[in-house]
Ligand binder design. Structure first.
Ligand code: 2AM
Length: 178
């Protein structure tokens, strides 16, 4: 079994800007450089035999390349007891369209896809026990911009557990239309 999800990776200069936010917040497990990404569609556990059909389904999507800006911060949960601190992207519409296109291709294969509305975000820190407040980080940085992203491809990533948290490995990279 492989734990798989589709994602956008981010240019080094954007990752560098995001990593500068790291501050000593109690309970925070900050994502490292190699862990920063934007999840497009989470599949969960997929058998090794099914990986080729997942890749086939994601090839040649009818979606054109687009430009984004990584901008703004938010959290899931209340700022005083967050689950997750994240950076946003603008505009969100092309990312939502890419999520839709992937869902249309993957749903017929029988994967149980997330039913909650898709909210594009880049997780910056996770909070194990919901004890650290991100209110000061939000107050200082929630209007910050972290740089442009020219999106001409996306990836299927496999997630495994390493000694320092999740390790993501590219299974396949998929181009978008010009
Ligand atoms: P998160 O960053 O909001 O936690 C690898 O775990 C990636 O898949 C992460 O970006 C994570 O989102 C996302 N993910 C994990 N479990 C998920 C689920 N059940 N539904 C949607 N996305 C999920």
């Amino acid at each position: 079994m492989a734990r798989l999800f589709f994602a956008l990776d981010l240019p080094a200069r954007v990752r560098r800007q995001l990593l500068r936010l790291q501050a000593p917040v109690p309970g925070a497990r900050w994502q490292n450089d190699a862990q920063l990404h934007l999840t497009l569609l989470f599949l969960g556990r997929v058998t090794e035999q099914a990986v080729p059909e997942v890749c086939t389904a994601a090839r040649d999507l009818p979606v054109a390349r687009f430009d984004l800006e990584v901008r703004g911060l938010g959290c899931f949960g209340r700022p005083e007891t967050p689950r997750n601190l994240w950076a946003g992207v603008q505009p969100t519409a092309p990312v939502v369209a890419l999520n839709d296109a992937l869902r249309q291709r993957l749903a017929p294969l029988g994967y149980e896809l997330e039913t909650r509305p898709f909210r594009p975000h880049i997780t910056l820190a996770r909070f194990r026990q919901r004890r650290g407040s991100v209110a000061p980080v939000l107050a200082e940085h929630d209007q910050d911009t972290f740089g442009p992203v020219s999106v001409d491809n996306f990836v299927l990533l496999e997630s495994t557990q390493g000694p320092h948290g999740s390790v993501y490995t590219v299974v396949e990279r998929f181009g978008l239309r010009n």
